[in-house]
Write a protein that binds this ligand. Structure first.
Ligand code: INI
Length: 175
């Protein structure tokens, strides 16, 4: 992403939720993510990082950060690596479902930067800034989605969820 995005990202605020499980991988994702945000012109004071034990805990915290009305986007970072148990499948499906649901409920972009791989080596190459750089890509997706949401909010519509899930109008970001 070109550095001249600085004009459009100045003042934007981002929440990051990062899992400590597989920390060698997730700390690399986090570093690449924050480096990219800063490179694009986001101020360090406008980024709040919350750490959670594992990927399973990401959706709850991401949802609460999105509901706080303090962030233009929330970025979720984690690494779920397949073992010999079905644990992998349960965690992957809960994390992806939870993040998607949180975004729909809050109408705040919540970015899925959670690696789901068969091996540690695959996770390492996806986290490595010199290879797939998924942490940097998550930051870029967050910035892009802020712009998209500005345009789409101007259309005046909202996600139509059941009333119990709907966010009160008073809590929605101003258009
Ligand atoms: N959490 C991860 O983030 N990645 C994993 O690969 C993983 N595995 O393999 O078990 C994992 N498990 C922990 C889980 O996310 C929860 O933190 C734990 O079950 C407590 O709720």
């Amino acid at each position: 992403m070109a550095k001249n995005t600085a004009r459009t990202v100045a003042g934007l605020r981002f929440g990051i939720v990062v899992a400590r499980f597989n920390q060698r991988i997730t700390s690399q994702l986090l570093r690449a993510c924050t480096d990219t945000l800063m490179y694009c012109g986001v101020a360090a004071k406008d980024v709040q990082v919350e750490r959670v034990p594992g990927a399973f805990e990401i959706p709850l915290v991401a949802c609460m950060m999105a509901r706080a009305n303090r962030f233009d986007a929330v970025i979720c970072l984690g690494a779920v690596i397949r073992g010999d148990t079905p644990h992998f499948d349960y965690i992957c499906s809960e994390v992806s479902r939870g993040i998607g649901q949180a975004a729909m409920e809050t109408e705040v972009p919540i970015i899925f930067g959670v690696l789901t791989t068969d091996t540690v080596a695959q996770a390492q190459e996806r986290a490595d800034p010199k290879q797939f750089n998924r942490g940097g890509a998550a930051a870029q997706s967050a910035i892009e989605m802020v712009t998209v949401m500005r345009r789409v909010r101007a259309l005046g519509s909202h996600v139509d969820l059941s009333p119990s899930m709907r966010r009160p109008a008073a809590q929605r970001p101003a258009k």
